[in-house]
Design a protein around this ligand. Sequence first.
Ligand code: FAD
Length: 405
Amino acid sequence: MNEFVETLLDLPWQADHAPKAAYDVVIIGGGGHGLATAYYLATRHGITNVAVLDASYIGAGNTGRNTTIIRANYGIPESVAFYRHSLHMYADLEAETGCWIMHANRPQLWMAHSVSTARTEQARALMNEACGVPSRFIGPDECAEIVPQLDLTGGGRYPIHGASFHPEAATARHDRVAWAYAQGALRRGVHIWQHTPVVDLLRSGDRVTGVQTAAGPIRAGTVLSAVGGNVTTVAGWAGVRLPIRTHALQAFVTNAYAQEFPGVVSSNDLVFYVSQGPRGQFLMGAEFDRYASYQQATSYTYVQSVARKAITVLPFLAKARILRGWTGICDVSTDFSPILGDTGVDGFLLSTGWGTWGFKAIPAAGEQLALRIATGATPALIAPFGLDRFAKEAAMADPSSAGTR
Ligand SMILES: Cc1cc2nc3c(=O)[nH]c(=O)nc-3n(C[C@H](O)[C@H](O)[C@H](O)COP(=O)(O)OP(=O)(O)OC[C@H]3O[C@@H](n4cnc5c(N)ncnc54)[C@H](O)[C@@H]3O)c2cc1C
């Protein structure tokens, strides 16, 4: 045990031994999004007759598997506004919850290895700057000043033409974020039931009226699905068909390495990203597997390909040893933006489409969905991300979502 494994976890679990027959709000999924929504319902709106149900333990899904990058430099103004708000909420989250989430500023360099990609990164920087997110395009020399470990020749094949620089990017310990929200919600009377899979939705006419768990039915005024990579099944129970495909995303970590690696390095052309965690280990990842799947296997081919790309521009990584890899299951929308709020079925809301980028969105999405549930009105910040955008042909195509391209 050390400070990275919680030794003094104070989760004041509910005294009841079984869920109540009814709650005002039932949230399916105890990942970051479900727990944050419960937390903000309780803290901002005094709504505490809430149950969060998780099939496994809290944080068992992608919330406990991600590479913890928090940034706001997205590709369309609506996304930038949303993620900027989330970035700021993350910066205040330790003060807000009283929990140490190991939040740390980790500036991001998004590198270009060709002239045309340099133009893309220049445009990204300009657009973000115009939307109020500090961001600028920097040349190779400044890249090397910020990250001295870079080989600017890119192994002779992928020269670094520059990068868009996002100084406010950050990281935070992922499971501590889940625990901080869980603790705050539990303290205010929210119930969190682990190992309680939802197996169906209760319906009355066109309305969703609750959930069916393995242990019996629970009625609810509102049901929110926040089930990470399982939304197609859950929405299907309500008769809602979603523009979502499910893909596996892998990541891996090296042994601890005595390096002062200043931030997050991503490559648009090579498609990979690297950051150094607080223990000194290097975290690496890239895009999700191309084919749709629910398989949680890791593959040697993936590790080899990402490692090779990373070593091309960061040669010192050739000395590192890969310790372990893991996989999460990601629900990816067809426009690479989240799907939030109303579904067209009364009583049934969604927090989905978080793909490979939803950790950074946890505070803002939780806050905004809590506002939607409490008031019945969709807040302006998340209004562009409603499911109805697809019927209106108003998709929010955002190529910057994944953090690699
Ligand atoms: C390898 C990897 C790296 C990533 N890196 C980043 C990153 O650097 N930055 C970033 O912003 N994002 C990143 N992400 C994406 C991010 O992790 C997710 O978008 C985010 O965690 C989604 O949170 P969630 O609460 O929606 O889902 P989850 O955390 O997956 O939680 C869903 C929960 O629902 C539960 N559940 C499912 N079905 C049921 C059911 N029927 N009944 C009850 N409970 C159910 C599951 O047990 C799970 O605990 C990464 C993802 C992966 C896999």
